[in-house]
Design a protein around this ligand. Structure first.
Ligand SMILES: NC(=O)c1ccc[n+]([C@@H]2O[C@H](COP(=O)([O-])OP(=O)(O)OC[C@H]3O[C@@H](n4cnc5c(N)ncnc54)[C@H](O)[C@@H]3O)[C@@H](O)[C@H]2O)c1
Length: 348
């Protein structure tokens, strides 16, 4: 396919790399033109612009990847679907659910296929876990426990992620939507949302930590009358980068640790309870090396386009995750922009 990229920062570059030889990057844009130029220089024939509209309107571009700061995700995406081009939109898709709802409506009226960048579903450990889960062997879902965090970096409180106007929220919106999305993938819709967000460390007007207790009570009868629960924690005061996601079935647990790089080697462990109970049968798979989730997600999206079907990890999934985020902001009496200031000093 002929691809355009808007937003040539960290993720725009990762997305470009994931196209490999199968697709052609024909146009890129970034408000920082030098970034666009630099990215284009690695792809023969690729043109670059500082105005994103030039990528969306480029006659050859069939699919646009939008990887801007959060404030521009929806405005650019709206233009893409109105031009009936396919869209890979980075998570969280928008700054809030209201903003995204407008895009959902516009996308439904267009011919575009739309996927949101929930690449975590495509990490090999998650794909293997899903394969095991679907055999039915681990049994009915009981609950999920997920933790995701990093420790920020010097000046983190001055980056766009700390600015509510640009980001729309803090850590809950940033890494939180991945944990919510992964949990929904197993537990379905959450009709009960409890929790708390707070700013413990960073001198910024958005949260640096989010705690969630999410419950799915529909179909509860299939699980001895108990709701399916996700118990999640995200933080950018996690001084050692951490990713951990545990899925508890009645007869076994699937545990995913690490995402590669600073999060440690990606690993899936399957603990299968034996009829006599006691220590479970334990099998571990490790996935060292390059993070393939970007390639796998993109290939899946192209396959959906070719087969004219809507991808999973779409705008509806993003909207559901943003609604959970919004409920938590309300519960904590913040709107993502009015969090109490931390009293602690940032790292120096
Ligand atoms: N899928 C994931 O796991 C994942 C991981 C990190 C970030 N993200 C998402 O990707 C997006 C980008 O994050 P990042 O880490 O690459 O940030 P970044 O700051 O490295 O890059 C964002 C780029 O967008 C550009 N930009 C801003 N406004 C623009 C406009 N109007 N037109 C063109 N370019 C514009 C900026 O100049 C910058 O180069 C965010 O929405 C973020 O939530 C997703």
């Amino acid at each position: 396919m002929k691809i355009g990229i808007v937003g040539c920062g960290l993720i725009g570059q990762k997305r470009a790399k994931a196209l490999r030889l199968n697709h052609q990057l024909v146009a890129v844009a970034d408000v920082v033109e030098q970034r666009a130029q630099q990215l284009a220089s690695g792809y023969p024939g690729c043109v670059y612009f500082s105005d994103w509209r030039q990528v969306v309107d480029h006659p050859e571009v069939e699919l646009v990847i939008v990887a801007t700061t959060n404030n521009m995700l929806t405005p650019v995406a709206l233009a893409v679907v109105k031009a009936n081009k396919h869209l890979l939109l980075e998570k969280p898709g928008a700054r809030n659910a209201t903003e995204l709802a407008e895009l959902v409506e516009a996308a439904e009226e267009s011919q575009s296929k739309v996927k949101v960048g929930f690449n975590h579903r495509f990490h090999p450990a998650f794909l293997k876990a899903r394969e095991i889960w679907e055999t039915g062997e681990p049994g009915e879902l009981m609950f999920i426990r997920g933790r995701y965090g990093h420790g920020g970096r010097l000046g983190y409180e001055k980056e766009w992620r700390a600015d509510p106007e640009i980001a729309g929220g803090g850590e809950l919106l940033d890494q939180g939507v991945h944990l919510i999305d992964l949990s929904r993938w197993y537990a379905g819709e959450f009709d009960s949302v409890e929790g708390h967000v707070a700013t413990y460390f960073w001198q910024m007007p958005v949260e640096d930590s989010g705690f969630m207790l999410l419950k799915s009570t529909d179909g509860a009868a299939s699980n001895k009358g108990q709701p399916r629960v996700a118990w999640l924690h995200v933080s950018c005061t996690e001084w050692k980068n951490l990713f951990s996601f545990e899925i508890f079935g009645r007869y076994g647990k699937l545990q995913i640790d690490g995402l590669g790089g600073s999060y440690g080697v990606e690993r899936l462990t399957y603990y299968r309870m034996l009829p006599e109970m006691g220590p479970p049968e334990t099998t571990t798979w490790e996935y060292p090396g390059e993070d393939k989730s970007w390639i796998l997600e993109f290939n899946y999206f192209v396959e959906c386009i070719e087969q004219n079907r809507n991808p999973e990890g779409n705008l509806h999934d993003a909207l559901a995750s943003l609604k959970v985020v919004e409920k938590l902001y309300k519960l904590s009496s913040v709107d993502g922009a009015t969090l109490p200031q931390s009293t602690s000093q940032p790292k120096d």
